[in-house]
Design a protein. Structure first.
Length: 342
């Protein structure tokens, strides 16, 4: 039985939802992760400092006193956000930046940005005060499998050029185009990588029938894109670090005529990352990818605590509680070869 000690990991991109769902989603992350950057695409979207701080209190209450866990927050960046609110946020260590959703690009993005050019004054403020811009990097036109690459060429490249000191995270990358761009970009640009974009490609979503619980945005891509993302994750390049993009929806919301985009992975994400790194014979690269690179990019202290991974099989349950309803986790019913020694 192989064992591996790693720094207690961080999740730099996660969705907890709100209300009674928090009682399940927040503890699921707090059980294994030390810190998490929690996304603001609630209804209504978190566009004010007061709404972010109130949401953080709800997260902390849901986690309870049994976990040493730090939630970080980020503004939902659109034309309604005030520059003064961004400036005031620098007084709060728990707020790290602002998240850019192009309107209509993903779940709860209806209030997203309709003109990235209109956000330039806010981006100037963020650059000046050291806040990080997180980006859902997809356009809302063209072939769905090409939308990430189109966003990079149409919007991200100009942003990097126009704001040379602004730190930018291209979230949940899913294509070779994204890997290549981040590798060639200045050190102000980084990317998060999810366990599902490492483990799966569009075959798992579409072959033999549509699998709604593998539907996410950015959508799972070609196998060659999956391989490129895998190689980025295990490269030891500090620009790439873990962000699960765990995004739960109820069974009914997924298994419908118009199913929601989002994959729930938090309870098993660490084991999934370990499985991929082990399959690529790169377990020695797991610790910095999950526990160091993201903290460095966000200019935070590295975690001191460690956890132990054990090569011991565990079966992912078919469903998990999600408020008073149920959610189907990714890899439901599958056996994962690694688990965390509790």
């Amino acid at each position: 039985m192989r064992k591996l000690q790693i720094t207690r990991p961080d999740d730099w991109h996660v969705h907890f939802r709100d209300g009674e769902a928090l009682l399940h989603t927040a503890p699921a992350s707090a059980k294994h992760f030390s810190r998490a950057l929690v996304m603001p695409n609630l209804k209504p979207a978190l566009t004010t400092l007061a709404s972010l701080l109130a949401y953080r209190e709800r997260i902390i209450a849901a986690v309870g006193q049994n976990h040493q866990f730090t939630p970080y927050l980020t503004f939902y960046l659109n034309e309604q956000v005030l520059a003064d609110e961004l400036l005031q946020a620098k007084k709060h260590d728990c707020i790290l930046g602002a998240k850019l959703y192009p309107a209509g690009a993903t779940t709860n993005s209806e209030q997203g940005a309709r003109s990235i050019g209109a956000l330039y004054p806010l981006l100037e403020t963020m650059q000046d005060c050291g806040l990080v811009l997180q980006i859902h990097g997809e356009v809302t036109h063209g072939d769905i499998f090409e939308r990430e690459a189109l966003f990079i060429s149409e919007y991200l490249a100009p942003l990097v050029r126009d704001f040379p000191a602004l730190r930018i995270v291209l979230e949940h990358i899913s294509t070779r185009a994204a890997v290549d761009f981040v590798m060639q970009a200045p050190d102000t640009v980084a990317a998060t990588i999810t366990p599902h974009h490492l483990r799966y490609n569009r075959n798992q979503l579409l072959a033999g029938g549509i699998k709604p619980h593998y539907y996410c945005l950015p959508i799972l891509k070609h196998e060659r894109d999956q391989r490129a993302v895998q190689q980025a994750a295990v490269s030891g390049n500090a620009k790439f670090f873990a962000g699960t993009d765990s995004a739960p929806h109820t069974v009914g919301s997924k298994e419908s005529a118009c199913g929601c985009a989002g994959i729930y992975s938090s309870p098993f994400a660490v084991a999934m990352y370990a499985d991929v790194f082990a399959s690529l014979d790169c377990l020695n690269k797991l610790d910095p990818f999950m526990g160091r690179f993201g903290a460095d990019f966000y200019q935070l202290a590295q975690n001191k605590e460690q956890i132990e991974l054990v090569e011991q099989p565990q079966i992912v349950p078919q469903t998990l509680p999600f408020g008073h309803k149920q959610v189907v986790p990714v890899a439901a019913g599958d056996t994962l070869p690694w688990c965390i020694n509790e």
